[in-house]
Design a protein around this ligand. Structure first.
Ligand code: PLP
Length: 438
């Protein structure tokens, strides 16, 4: 029987093994990133042990003198980055931000229009039958925005028709959610705003994946294009830590504030707010350079994979305008098996449904696609030449069927030169260094 101290030691051992593994791997999960040592320092402070319900300056708890100053600073810097009239930094994740947004702008039984999961949509705007947050938690009726499979984008004409059809049936959408988890091209917000507002619906934009690109002027600007409200995760293309946020206009401030607290959060993870404030300062200083390199890297990785025989989608549009690329892997295998095989070579990607997969009888465990994102490798200082090296490793594993131990050893060697976080003020601690303070 292991003693409690054995269990304790075992967990620390697992944590350290994880850190070592990531030091030696190529992280290509599109929703992940690595925060700077400064953000890591902020999130282990005592802020993480405090409560501060409510709005800064009007808290339910005492002890918030410094917490309030940091949260006000966070709001101020977020407003500057996103050119937003109103910002709420209390949602503790992107899903919680979406829940707060639904609470502010809809009632149970209302119709939500969003992308389906095979078309790149996120489970937080999913149907009740799928256990999706919008359906199962908020009681919204979810209808799907039509996707143009070739363009990998929302089909404007079909979307207009869908809105009119729903209105004619007496079930007009109350909320239309742009944004996605496979989000290579800016969505047609300005093209659809009028049609959406004409039926009395709210225009939402889920910027979980592209927040860092938007803050840096590298993607579309949803608030200027007509979005009423934007929800965020702060850790995909933004500089972390894992948290959420909402952007909107002053006229919507009170209902969003109320939906967040008391609606959705009590404690809102003050250490994460501190980390986010540091990340905002880094974004203001380094965001433009970082985001522009992200897009260059994503295009370079897509091009290199394409040239090596992979069916990277949307070649006719330059593959992507964000951090993410989508690959039809059906010639080489199924997404699940490919994901597992690459992981054994220390290349971390995720399997992904293609828009037509369900119709062709494929399933999420073994879909036809894989997704790759370059936010993290870019933060590690990699540029276009390194994208070719990565594409070559992927080819060696999937097409060359080379021994996995050999590729893994080469990946480990390659990674030795990329151990620091870039685009930050201070980086004396390595990106994945295990920090022991016991
Ligand atoms: C990742 C993601 C979310 C959820 O974000 P969390 O911060 O993980 O809760 C919401 N919407 C979209 C489109 C996403 O990709």
């Amino acid at each position: 029987m292991p003693t409690p101290k054995d269990e304790y030691d075992h967990v620390f051992d697992l944590l350290q093994q994880h850190h070592r593994w990531f030091q030696e791997s190529i992280p290509l999960i599109a929703s992940e990133n690595i925060p700077s040592p400064a953000v890591r320092e902020a999130i282990i402070t005592d802020f993480g042990n405090r409560y501060a319900e409510g709005w800064p300056g009007e808290r339910v708890y005492a002890g918030c003198r410094f917490i309030d100053q940091v949260e006000f600073k966070c709001i101020e810097l977020m407003k500057k980055l996103f050119n937003a009239e109103f910002v709420d930094v209390r949602p503790i994740s992107g899903v919680v931000a979406n829940l707060a947004v639904y609470t502010a702008f809809t009632e149970p039984g209302d119709t939500l229009l969003a992308l389906s999961i095979p078309c790149g949509g996120h489970i937080s705007s999913g149907k009740k039958e799928l256990g999706g947050t919008a359906g199962a938690v908020k009681g919204l009726i979810v209808e799907y925005l039509p996707l143009d499979y070739k363009e990998l984008n929302i089909d404007v004409d079909k979307a207009k028709n869908k809105i009119q059809e729903l209105a004619a049936k007496g079930k007009p959408p109350r909320f239309v959610m742009f944004g996605a988890s496979v989000f290579p091209f800016p969505h047609p917000v300005k093209e659809l705003v009028e049609s959406i507002h004409s039926v009395g619906a709210t225009v939402g934009y889920d910027a979980a994946h592209v927040a860092g690109l938007i803050a840096s002027g590298q993607f579309q600007d949803p608030l200027r294009e007509g979005a009423d409200v934007v929800s965020l995760s702060t850790h995909k293309t933004f500089f972390g830590p894992q948290h959420g946020g909402i952007l909107s206009w002053e006229k919507n401030a009170e209902k969003i504030k109320k939906a967040t607290f008391p609606g959705m959060v009590s404690n809102h993870h003050l250490h994460a707010v501190a980390g986010l404030t540091i990340a905002c300062a880094e974004m203001l200083e380094f965001g433009k350079e970082y985001a522009s390199q992200i897009v260059k890297n994503a295009k370079a990785l897509a091009q290199a994979l394409y040239e090596k025989g992979f069916n990277v989608l949307a070649e006719h549009k330059g593959f992507t305008q964000s951090h993410v690329i989508l690959i039809d892997i059906t010639k080489q295998g199924d997404g699940g098996t490919i994901e597992e095989t690459l992981e054994k070579a220390n290349i971390i990607i995720n399997r992904n449904l293609l828009p037509w997969d369900i119709k062709e009888g494929r399933h999420f465990m073994h879909p036809g696609g894989i997704r790759m994102g370059v936010s993290e490798v870019t933060r590690l200082g990699m540029k276009e030449p390194e994208m070719s090296v990565i594409a070559d490793f992927v080819k060696q594993v999937i097409i060359g069927k080379e021994p996995l131990e050999k590729v893994r050893a080469d990946v480990t060697e390659f990674r030795k030169d990329y151990q620091k976080v870039h685009y930050c003020f201070e980086n004396s601690t390595d990106a994945y260094k295990y920090i022991k303070i016991r």
